[in-house]
Design a binder for this molecule. Structure first.
Ligand code: 5GP
Ligand code: SF4
Ligand code: MG
Length: 461
């Protein structure tokens, strides 16, 4: 998911809209914006893309100089409007709206305890738990109640909250998901403070990146300015390395590191670890592009766009009556036969999850006349599901959890297959920043103590 918050801007809803537009890649299922004007708190959300939900008329209904927004990628809870965010709750502590990226891992236990205390849940989304904890907290001030609540939940959360007159932003103690703070300087009054999942959102707002919200930090913004407290300390950072591999945009800087730089290093390291002689380096667009540029630069093998992606594939389209083989992939990707014919091709992609898409792509490149197809993946084999906000399927559907690399190579019908080593990936994402990453989907060793698997993963397919 993507989250944004705007404190003090005359067009707060419009600013949130622009930021969500830049964060659309983090979730396409639903989106919402809540605004506050000191007295009222309005909230509008819908299914679909940001641009589909927020027309001029809709934005005009969102008053106030503060806003939070969310774009949803479904991991827990049903995929329905009910679970779209921001969630707005009228509690004993006043009106609160929340937008959350990540997954809580102890929600079953906390929800049961809250229900015994009389809480009534409006949604099946894990994010509502945090608001209910705040509402039921014994702490007298709101900021203490929030800190108290954040200490009771475990898992991944980068979140923004809004009351009638304040904005809060927080990250879980391990800093699983990114969250940055920026500023729009205003010569005639207080600066606008913005928070966003990724810094690419700041560019569109003309906000200056100031810093990341730290793991375990709770930031409060009021008309008096910005205050912060460390609500949790002493837990080892475990930022999601898959944000660098796939999820975040290359024009964002997350955990203090440019995603573009990490991806290019992944590609370079792939050459050092498993370089192969060939005629062309071809990315699987868009996710493989930046690593492929690194691979080509390091190997000296020319980079070409040998697969073209159709960017206008929506969620609904009319299929041919006689369904063509591999129709879905063909709709999205098409080979440039002129480039591929008779050539030895190195295909670069970010990951193999089930292996079915990769097989179709390898077949497509071969059918276009490629003489050899070598697949290089810019991370290690995905052997274990994510419980922290990335929608990976259960273990039995992960091809690398159940097959050797040679078996996967045979399944996808490639001439050779190699993955980036874990050490190579970690080095590519570090660049001297000293970040420590979550790599659980590659190792099966999770940074949280325990995980409520059945609450988090979809029922086995
Ligand atoms: P597979 O071969 O496992 O069927 O598909 C691999 C492709 O899925 C890769 O191109 C990769 O970019 C893409 N992918 C990896 N993770 C995700 C994800 O979380 N969501 C979506 N939509 N695609 C993903
Ligand atoms: Fe990221 Fe993988 Fe850890 Fe999930 S398990 S947070 S995808 S590194
Ligand atoms: Mg891809």
């Amino acid at each position: 998911c993507g989250v944004v918050a705007i404190h003090h801007h005359p067009e707060a809803a419009r600013q949130a809209y622009l930021a969500l537009y830049a964060l659309q890649h983090r979730g396409q299922e639903s989106a919402g914006i809540a605004t506050a004007d000191g007295t009222n708190l309005s909230n509008i959300k819908g299914m679909g893309l940001v641009s589909e939900i927020f027309t001029e008329d809709v934005l005009a209904k969102l008053h106030g100089n503060m806003a939070i927004g969310h774009t949803r990628y479904s991991t827990t809870g049903d995929s329905a409007l009910l679970n779209a965010q921001p969630i707005r709750v009228d509690s004993t502590k006043g009106l609160i709206a929340i937008a959350h990226n990540g997954n809580l891992v102890n929600l079953g236990a906390v929800r049961a305890r809250l229900e015994r205390a009389g809480a009534f849940f409006q949604t099946t989304s894990d994010s509502e738990i945090i608001v209910q904890l705040i509402a039921h907290s014994k702490e007298s001030t709101l900021v203490d109640a929030i800190a108290d609540s954040l200490r009771q939940v475990d898992g991944a959360f980068s979140l923004v909250m809004m009351t009638r007159d304040r904005i809060f932003a927080a990250r879980d103690p391990r800093g699983f998901r990114p969250l940055s703070m920026g500023r729009i300087e205003n010569p005639d009054g207080p600066d606008t403070i913005v928070f966003a999942s990724e810094t690419c959102a700041f560019d569109l707002l003309r906000a200056k990146y100031e810093r990341d919200v730290a793991p375990g930090e709770l930031v409060m913004v009021t008309s008096d300015g910005v205050t912060s407290r460390q609500y949790s300390t002493g837990i080892q950072q475990a930022s999601c390395i898959f944000e660098h591999v796939y999820f975040a945009r290359p024009d964002s800087r997350i955990y203090g590191r440019w995603v573009q730089e990490s991806r290019e290093q992944m590609g370079r390291q792939l050459v050092r670890e498993s370089g192969v002689d060939a005629d062309l380096v071809v990315p699987v667009p868009d996710s493989g592009v930046t690593a492929a540029i690194g691979y080509a630069a390091e190997s000296g093998i020319p980079f070409r766009f040998g697969l073209i992606r159709n960017h206008y594939v929506g969620r609904t389209f009319i299929e041919p009556e006689q369904r063509v083989r591999d129709f879905g992939v063909k709709l999205k990707l098409n080979p440039v036969r002129n480039l591929l014919e008779g050539k030895r091709i190195i295909l670069i992609d970010d990951s193999i999850i089930r292996g079915t898409t990769s097989r179709k792509i390898v077949r497509m490149v071969r059918a276009a006349g490629a003489k050899e197809v070598h697949l290089r993946i810019s991370c290690p084999p995905t052997i274990s599901p994510c419980f922290y906000g990335v929608d990976t399927p259960r273990k039995k559907e992960l091809i690398a959890a159940n097959s050797s690399i040679e078996e996967i190579r045979q399944f996808i019908e490639a001439d050779s297959l190699a993955y980036l080593s874990l050490e190579g990936l970690q080095n590519a994402c570090n660049g001297g920043e000293g970040n420590t990453y979550c790599v659980a989907c590659y190792t099966g060793s999770y940074p949280t103590d325990w995980v409520d698997v059945d609450e988090i993963l979809p029922a086995a397919a």
